[in-house]
Design a protein around this ligand. Structure first.
Ligand code: ZN
Length: 316
């Protein structure tokens, strides 16, 4: 049986239970620490806030929380471990680098694919820095409408680190684009696509985009529920119900991509946009989306498949 790295030790796939596959405790864009005009980061208050949030979803039955924060946008695995211990939530963290336009690229651009793959591999097998905490999943990302040379290097490195360690791969995509290109890159590295989640696929309303990926055996993330200003939940749900109706339940995972705290100033949005993120909380899927699926006639077996069985198979 494979062991899965969590921030507080190892787990087996059978232990994962109901899993939110893509949420964040903390994000900080590179440079945040230089913004002396921003509110000071209050670690204790942030810890309390995160523990409260995780207790709330734990009460709804969530047992595992995957935080695929890449290494270069504020990842703090000690913070994650403290939150996991205090809340009783199992947390899985990631290795990997973010997309070019928002990542910290200058150093790794000058490395080779194999040098990057070695970093990812070490974070999974030896641990992150001197924390002793090991990554359980590999993150990679592309921007809208293109895969840059740098992003392709990081995707290939993710594929190679996956082959060396068995850790699965979860990705970021923008606006429901480039998922198929991500799969092409992984496939050319020899990655078995059933250990890949093409994240944020719910950002597209094009069922042809979804089925072209699903028919290659990967999983896709309907993992931005509540982010109505990017793409309305109504369209995410319509696509999800359609895909479930034609037999893809075993390849879809659900989540929200929420961020509990921001380093520096975080998101600023105009009031009309702010209205559109009222449901962007980690309880939304269980409180609102699952009931909406039931109303549409989706059976309990399919809901369980997406929330329990698919995460288990992905990590196994
Ligand atoms: Zn994310």
């Amino acid at each position: 049986m494979k062991t899965i790295n969590t921030v507080t030790g190892t787990a087996t796939a059978e232990q994962l239970g109901t899993t939110l596959m893509h949420e964040h405790l903390m994000i900080g864009w590179a440079g945040w620490e230089l913004d002396c005009a921003a509110p000071k980061f209050e670690r204790k208050a942030a810890l309390r806030n995160c523990v409260e949030r995780l207790k709330e979803i734990k009460d709804l039955g969530v047992q595992t929380f995957v935080d695929p924060c890449p290494m270069d946008i504020g990842r703090d695995v000690n913070f994650m471990a403290e939150v996991a211990s205090a809340s009783g939530m199992r947390i899985i963290c990631a290795t990997g680098l973010y997309k070019e336009d928002l990542g910290t690229t200058s150093y790794f651009k000058q490395r080779t694919i194999d040098e990057i793959a070695e970093v990812y591999t070490l974070e999974i097998t030896k641990g992150i820095g001197d924390t002793g905490i090991k990554a359980g999943v590999i993150k990679c990302a592309t921007g809208k409408g293109q895969v840059t040379k740098y992003e392709e290097m990081c995707l290939r490195a993710a594929g190679r680190a996956h082959l060396r360690t068995g850790a699965p791969i979860t990705t970021h995509t923008d606006d429901g684009t480039m998922g198929r290109e991500q799969l092409d890159i992984f496939a050319s590295e020899g990655v078995d696509l059933d250990h890949v989640i093409i994240g944020h696929s719910c950002g597209s309303a094009d069922l042809g985009y979804h089925t072209a990926m699903l028919d290659r055996g990967c999983l896709i993330g309907f993992d931005r529920f509540g982010l109505d200003f990017l793409h309305p939940d109504k369209l995410r749900l319509a696509a999800l119900i359609g895909l479930l109706g034609v037999g893809y339940a075993s390849q879809i995972v659900l989540s929200h991509d929420t961020v509990a705290c921001w380093l520096g100033r975080g998101l600023s949005m105009p009031p009309e946009t702010a209205k559109l993120v009222q449901n962007w909380t980690p309880t939304h899927v269980l409180k609102n989306i699952v009931p909406a699926l039931r109303n549409a006639g989706v059976g309990e077996d399919k809901i369980r498949t997406m929330m329990v069985e698919n995460p288990r198979r992905f990590f196994n």
